[in-house]
Design a protein around this ligand. Structure first.
Ligand code: HEM
Length: 319
């Protein structure tokens, strides 16, 4: 049997924002589906039997499996699968962008759920040739994409009814987010990724971080593509009024970022307007993204009130 590899259904408002070097991956994934389609193997129907040995890769996929009541059937996850707390106790297969096939296959899963960011492509191709049932989401950092993932995983698990309830809850969360960010003042900010050690990477266009800035109402002070390390001079010249830092553990990353050269000379650094962002809840665009964005938007708004009169007032912020 050939592996089934399906992507999330096209979202009502498709908004695909691949980072640098990812567009090729996306084409390959699409190509694999087309090829399989040509020989009559897709679209993949839900498994006749509910999966019993699930490997879930990516915070978004894992949260969905638990939220849909299938957490007990998870045999392994990746290192970004840190929520809910039970997911931390599962066997870990390494970082989602750096998977290897051998360890994963030795667990004999009957369903592999992959976040859109999972890779590398060589491992994914290797897995495709094994007969394993693989369901991969599109790498789509938008609310519509997050919603589509609920339906995708619900179908893969045969839990469509629970998925509908979760979608309804998600829609309510989005409505609250929209209300919270309506006419909210937009401070000027930068977003730094501190995970993985090394110098912080500053987010530009086409990233999950940019999508979060858009959702919570912050104007990115930088407009390069993807992520890059920037010089202290460039950071000072960008004049951020708020600095958002993705952390993967409470307290993680922000002190190191605060000590980065140049940081203290920015308006945000001088006034201590540095906000820690819960990377696990927000950055994979899983089921908690709208709730977590509402919280973050509240914190941004509080920081922005200190800047009253100097921030832009747009018509609305959430999309
Ligand atoms: C729980 C831990 C982690 C989380 C939640 C996390 C999350 C993220 C997120 C949100 C992105 C940006 C995705 C995008 O906007 O396209 C990213 C990119 C990346 N991460 Fe992680 N990460 C974690 C740990 C790590 C570790 C330990 C490493 C290193 C071994 C690492 C290496 C990378 C690399 C190389 C990128 C790509 C940056 C680029 O596109 O230029 N991450 N990660």
């Amino acid at each position: 049997m050939m592996a089934e590899r399906v992507q999330a259904p096209v979202s009502p408002v498709p908004r695909v924002m691949p980072g640098p070097g990812r567009s090729r991956r996306r084409l390959l994934v699409a190509g694999a589906s087309l090829l399989a389609g040509a020989i009559g193997l897709v679209p993949a129907a839900p498994a006749a039997q509910a999966p019993q040995r699930i490997v879930s890769v990516g915070a978004d996929m894992t949260e969905l499996v638990y939220a849909l009541g299938a957490g007990e059937r998870v045999v392994a996850t990746d290192t970004t699968s840190l929520w809910p707390p039970q997911a931390r106790e599962t066997r870990k297969l390494g970082y989602l962008r750096n998977l290897s096939a051998e360890g994963l296959l030795s667990l004999e899963p009957d369903l592999l759920l992959l976040s859109g960011a999972a890779g590398p492509e060589s491992t994914l191709r290797q897995l495709e040739g094994t007969g394993l049932r693989i369901v991969q989401a599109v790498e789509d950092y938008s609310l519509a994409g997050a919603r589509a993932k609920i339906e995708l995983v619900g179908k893969a698990l045969g839990e469509e009814a629970r998925a509908r309830e979760l979608v309804a809850e998600f829609d309510r969360d989005v409505a609250v987010l929209r209300e919270t960010t309506r006419s909210v003042a937009h401070p000027r900010g930068v977003f730094l990724l501190a995970a993985g050690g090394g110098s912080p990477q500053v987010a530009g266009k086409g990233t999950a971080a940019q999508a979060i800035l858009d959702l919570v109402g912050v104007d990115n002070a930088l407009d390069h593509e993807g992520y890059k390390a920037i010089s202290p001079e460039a950071l000072v010249a960008a004049r951020p009024e708020v600095i958002l830092v993705m952390s993967t553990a409470p307290g993680g990353g922000i002190e190191a970022v605060a000590a980065t050269p140049g940081m203290a000379l920015t308006p945000a650094g001088k006034a201590g307007r540095m906000l820690e962002v819960d990377g696990v809840a927000l950055m994979s665009f899983g089921p908690r993204v709208a709730k977590a964005a509402t919280q973050l938007a509240g914190r941004v708004r509080k920081a922005a009130t200190q800047l009253a009169g100097r921030v832009r007032m747009p018509a609305g912020a959430a999309r």
